[in-house]
Design a protein. Structure first.
Length: 366
């Protein structure tokens, strides 16, 4: 996740104009003395409660950037924080997290090698890796509860949530690789030239598919959206990602899938050429045409077609096999029940006809 220094403007609607004073007849309920002021007071109170605090304000999927002093522990604020230099990197952490820092410290050279393999670059300027021991504090810094780490620019900070141990020891190392990729991409490519989906997709590719999202596991929503025709265009996630959990997870899946599709072209060499062109100042469309020989729109169309092909349908069926079997069994049961009702009505009609034929008629001799 990337945090940029952009704020949100919240527009508070003004009070409505007062209606004309009523004459002879009693005024409507809303215009009676004291009613309107009470309604506006209640509305103002509700608006105050609904507006999030400054640290959690959101605007088009971007999170408000906290100040530098809140993100980096200062010596005056907490003397228990330690610093550990590692080349251009510098770890900042409380002494209680030293056991969690040392594995990352030892794995940092391999992480940098991995990022260089993916992007072709190594960092040129110093950066900081900050480990936060408190979950609430981390959420305040990130402005969201959906992440376990984020990178900040232009401060070049990697902030990692260490309030709880990861499910696997390798996950935290993968998250470090993910954020290092963000550092490298933003160091070489101007922000306005780097699409958000490419930024997040590259970071996930470098980290072996691992992201910094802290969301419950879901089935393949990407293929479900592609098969159902509800997959948004990449242009919609080029600048901002959604803030809701479901749409945010889908945006990450789209980014990862599109980058993997591009990696299959020349085993990633064409994608690295595209990044090099963007580092020279070319926009993504020109860089894609130069590196792949095709426009970015054509590449996206091929990617979307691959998701909707027969392999996509097979993958979707395999993911929803139990639901399909359950729905099929329910339909068969419903059809059998309807058939039973129809046959039962037929039997009743036949029995009524037989009874009618057997009943004595006028003139019959008993």
């Amino acid at each position: 996740m990337i945090l940029n220094p952009q704020g949100c403007h919240i527009r508070i609607p003004g009070a409505a104009e007062r209606g004309p004073a009523a004459s002879g007849t009693p005024p409507p309920f809303f215009h009676r003395p004291g009613i309107r002021s009470s309604v506006f007071l209640a509305a103002a109170l509700l608006l105050f409660l609904l507006i999030p605090p400054a640290g959690e304000a959101r605007c088009a999927g971007l999170h408000r950037l906290p100040s530098r002093e809140t993100a980096v522990p200062g010596r005056r604020a907490d003397r228990q924080w330690a610093a550990l230099p590692a080349g251009l990197a510098r770890f900042h952490f409380p002494e209680s997290l030293r056991p969690a820092v040392m594995p990352l410290y030892r794995e940092l050279p391999a992480a940098l090698d991995r990022v260089e393999t993916v992007t072709g670059w190594r960092p040129k300027r110093p950066f900081r890796i900050i480990l936060i021991p408190d979950r609430d504090r981390f959420r305040q810094l990130a402005g969201s509860a959906h992440f376990t780490a984020f990178a900040r620019f232009p401060q070049r900070h990697i902030v990692i949530d260490c309030s709880r141990p990861p499910a696997e020891p390798s996950v935290r190392s993968a998250v470090l690789i993910h954020e290092l990729t963000h550092i490298l991409l933003h160091e070489r490519i101007e922000e306005e030239l780097l699409p958000r989906w490419l930024d997040e997709g590259m970071a996930q590719w470098a980290a072996g598919g691992i992201s910094e999202l802290d969301l419950p596991p879901r089935k393949d929503s990407l293929r479900t959206a592609a098969v159902s025709g509800r997959l948004p265009r990449l242009a919609r996630i080029s600048r901002d990602f959604p803030s809701t959990a479901g749409d945010l997870g889908l945006a990450y899946e789209m980014s990862r899938s599109m980058v993997r599709f591009l990696v299959r072209k020349e085993n990633g060499a064409a994608l690295r050429r595209m990044l090099a062109e963007m580092a020279r100042g070319r926009d993504p469309h020109e860089a894609a045409r130069s590196a792949f020989g095709r426009s970015l729109s054509d590449l996206e169309a091929d990617w979307r077609a691959s998701l909707r092909g027969w392999t996509g349908w097979l993958a979707w069926i395999s993911l929803h096999l139990y639901e399909i079997l359950f729905a099929g069994a329910a339909l068969i049961t419903a059809a059998g029940f309807i058939r039973h009702l129809i046959r039962r009505r037929g039997w009743r009609a036949e029995m009524a006809l037989e009874e009618d034929e057997a009943a004595p008629r006028d003139g019959d001799i008993p």
